[in-house]
Design a protein around this ligand. Sequence first.
Ligand code: HEM
Length: 330
Amino acid sequence: MTRAPMLAAACLAIPLAALAQPAWAQDSDPAPIVEIMRTFAGPGTHRPSGAKGACYAGRFEPAAAARGLSKAVIFTKPSDAVIRFSVGGGNPAVADGARGVNRGLSFRIDADGPGQTEFVMVNAPINFVATPAQMLGFLEARKPAANGQPDPARVRAFSEANPETLLQARFLASQPIPGSWVGVNYWAVHAYTLTNAAGARQVIKFRMDPLDGPVNLTDDEARAKPRDYLAADLGTRLASGRPAGFRMVAILGRAGDPTDNPTKMWDSEEARPTVELGTLTVRSVADAKVCDEVIFAPTLLADGIDGPENDPMFAIRTPAYAISISKRAN
Ligand code: HEM
């Protein structure tokens, strides 16, 4: 099957505008990357990344300061949100307390409205690869050898030649295991540009800060937890009325900050000033279908929010997700 019909099929599930890519990025074909991801996840694969997850209904309420940075409709009025939390990797039965995988937060705000905006974030400030070619190389280096396991020498050689591909794993290894899907920070990892009503532009990164503070587990505590404690925790929070959600903040960029490479944090990024953009709250459990029928498309952004034009990873994400949904087993 050629790439064109595959994308055409996927267009049934997402708006065409979300598939627009700059001409130079069209050389980056996500199809072989998604294919390897699907092979790694095994037969019957549904999502080859963030396979385990749960879907919720929520609400986004803008903060007053957001309008100063962006004219986007979502920053002018409260909107409904669809939220999916996930545990990284292609194994839908992975233990929630596993080390070595990220936790994901995907959400769409004002679906089908004029402010339609979607984010697919992880609990790390950086991605594990800088370019599609590097992602393909990362995955190919981990293909099982004759014994069914990745060849450690091959993995080591790739890592030595591509040291930035170790940074995300190193960050995650330095952090406690999240005890709650709403007890950890998530980042959109790319550099975005916000434009306000006066036309002023500001480069930023999006970060979600847990409303109820961090909820951390030691490795021993995580091992003692039931396999599916994250959905149970959120259910208990929703039933008890404890805060379940995030403050969305913009980390302010400065002239010269790289915008083309999601493996790079900005200089002293953690200490940068931030502007509060709004609050995303989880309100109730939603049918899985609500999150499964349409992909979360990171390039679908309201007027007033732009993704990076020079980041090849950003450009291929929506097409990759579109291919993935078109190949789902169920
Ligand atoms: C650059 C930063 C990236 C981040 C932060 C990220 C994060 C995520 C998350 C959180 C999910 C779960 C989505 C959900 O809840 O529905 C996901 C799914 C997925 N990701 Fe990514 N991803 C990134 C880049 C990429 C790239 C470059 C590719 C491939 C070229 C890719 C391939 C996939 C696939 C195939 C899925 C499953 C999509 C589906 O079937 O719905 N990701 N990603």
